[in-house]
Ligand binder design. Structure first.
Ligand code: SAH
Length: 389
C-alpha cells in the first residue's frame, strides 16, 4: 500500500526529520526497529516480535505547527526540525491525520486574513505562537488549540465562526496562553473559545475525555493493541490490585479495571489527573482511584503500608522517555509486586531501569510495538517481569 511513497518535501530524508522521508517499505522499517531495540536491550531481554500497524500512514492524531513571521508579512507554519529549534515549513505530511492537517491549513490562512501578529521568538513580541489539532479516532471529535501570548484574540468570535464554517467537524476550540520565553509549546492557562474544552475518544471499549494539556498516545489503533497485550501479560484474574503509575488520563488502568479488584493510578500533570478522575466516573467504575502525585512518592507510600499485598499486586508503569526515577525503582523493589509490566518509549532508559530490576525479577515476556511508523528510531517496548521465587 505504501509502495513508492516519498515525502513531498524531499527526495532524500525528510528535511524536518519527523519521518524517514521514504515511506516505501514498511516491513523493512519494522525489521530495522526490532533489531535496534534488541541491540539496546542485549543481555537484558529479547523482544520476541514487533507489532506493526495496519495503516502506517496518516496516523498521528495530534498535529502541531509552529508559527513564524515571514519577511513579507506572510504566516509561516512548520515543525521544529528533529533535535533543533529550526522551523521547517510543512504543507503536507505523510504521517499526520489528514483531516487535522486540513484544519491546520485553513486556520493558518485565517490567521493571515485576520491580520493576527505572529509571535517573534527573538523579540518576544507578537500574538500567535502555535496551532495544534487533536482528533479522536473512534468518535471523530476534533479539538483546535491556538497558543498565544495573550488570553484574548481581537475579533475572536468572528474567527471562531469562520473556522467552524469551514470545518464544522471541529467540536471544541481552546486558547492556550503562553507568554513565557520558553521552548514549551502549551501555556499554563486556558480559555475555551468553543465547545466543552475537551474531546472524547474510545479505547478498548472505554470512553476517555482528553483535555488540551493531557498526554494521549498519538496512534490510537496501535495503542489498543499495546494495552490489550499489556493487560494479557499481567494475567489478571479479578483478585489483584493494579497500580497504574504515570497513568495520564487513566487509559491503562481503566482498560484493566474489569479484571482487577482495585486500580490505583498516579499522575503528575494536574489536567491529566483530573481527566482521569472524570473518566472513572464516566465509565461508571467503582474500583479505580487516581491521585495527582509523583509516581515515585506514590509508590513509596504504598511500599510502606503493611496492608499492601505484594503477591496480589501488579505494577504497570508507562513513564516518559527519560524512564522511571530512582525513587520509583527503589520503592518498586521494596514493594516487590508479583509482576511489573513496563511500557517504555525509550529503549535506553528501559535498559537502565531493567538493570536495576533484574536482580529481583526475571523477564517473562517482551514485545516491541511500532507506535510511530516511518519515524527513524522511535519504538515502544512492552516487558512483563515476574518476581523471582
Ligand atoms: N499511561 C498513559 C500516559 C503515559 S505518558 C497513556 O498511555 O496514555 C507518561 C505520563 O507520565 C504523562 O502523562 C506525564 O504527565 C506523566 N508523568 C511524568 N512524570 C511523572 C511523575 N514523576 N510522576 C507521575 N507522572 C508523571
Amino acid at each position: 500500500m505504501t509502495e513508492g511513497r516519498k515525502c513531498p518535501w524531499s527526495s532524500g530524508p525528510a528535511p524536518c526529520g519527523g519521518c524517514c522521508g521514504d515511506v516505501s517499505h514498511y516491513e523493512k522499517t519494522l525489521a530495522v526497529k526490532l533489531k535496534s531495540v534488541r541491540k539496546t536491550l542485549a543481555g537484558l531481554c529479547v523482544p520476541e516480535r514487533i507489532v506493526g500497524a495496519e495503516k502506517p500512514l496518516y496516523y498521528r492524531n495530534k498535529v502541531h505547527r509552529v508559527l513564524v513571521p515571514g519577511e513579507r508579512g506572510q504566516v509561516i507554519s512548520g515543525i521544529y526540525q528533529a533535535g533543533t529549534h529550526r522551523v521547517i515549513p510543512v504543507k503536507r505530511c505523510l504521517i499526520e491525520d489528514e483531516k487535522a492537517q486540513a484544519v491546520i491549513a485553513d486556520t493558518v490562512e485565517l490567521i493571515w486574513k485576520f491580520h493576527y501578529e505572529i509571535y517573534d521568538e527573538d523579540t518576544g513580541r507578537g500574538l500567535l505562537r502555535h496551532v495544534l489539532v487533536r482528533t479522536a479516532h473512534a468518535s471523530g471529535e476534533l479539538m483546535l488549540i491556538l497558543v498565544a501570548a495573550s488570553n484574548f484574540l481581537p475579533g475572536q468570535k468572528s474567527f471562531v465562526r469562520e473556522i467552524l464554517r469551514l470545518h464544522p467537524e471541529i467540536t471544541t476550540i481552546v486558547l492556550s496562553e503562553n507568554r513565557k520565553r520558553t521552548t514549551l509549546v502549551m501555556g499554563d492557562r486556558e480559555k475555551v473559545l468553543y465547545g466543552p474544552g475537551f474531546i472524547r475518544d474510545k479505547l478498548c471499549g472505554r470512553t476517555f475525555r482528553i483535555s488540551a494539556g493531557s498526554f494521549y498516545q498519538i496512534n490510537s489503533p496501535q495503542t489498543e493493541k499495546l494495552y490489550r497485550e499489556a493487560v494479557r501479560m499481567a494475567g489478571l484474574d479479578g483478585t489483584q490490585t493494579v497500580i497504574d503509575a504515570y497513568c495520564g488520563i487513566g487509559t491503562i488502568g481503566l482498560c484493566a479495571a474489569d479484571k482487577a479488584a482495585l486500580v490505583l493510578g498516579a499522575e503528575l500533570n494536574g489536567q491529566a489527573a483530573s481527566d482521569a478522575v472524570r473518566n472513572i466516573h464516566e465509565n461508571d467504575l467503582k474500583n479505580v482511584r487516581v491521585l495527582k502525585a509523583d509516581a515515585g512518592d506514590f509508590l513509596e507510600i504504598l511500599a510502606g503500608k503493611p496492608e499492601t499485598q505484594a503477591d496480589r499486586t501488579v505494577l504497570f508503569l508507562d513513564p516518559p522517555r527519560s524512564g522511571a526515577t530512582e525513587k520509583f525503582l527503589k520503592s518498586a523493589l521494596r514493594l516487590a509486586p508479583a509482576k511489573i509490566v513496563y511500557i517504555s518509549c525509550g529503549p535506553e532508559s528501559l535498559a537502565r531501569d531493567l538493570k536495576r530490576l533484574l536482580g529481583r525479577y526475571r523477564v517473562k515476556e517482551a514485545e516491541a510495538f511500532d507506535m510511530f511508523p516511518f519515524t527513524r528510531e522511535h519504538v515502544e517496548t512492552l516487558v512483563c517481569l515476574e518476581r523471582k521465587k
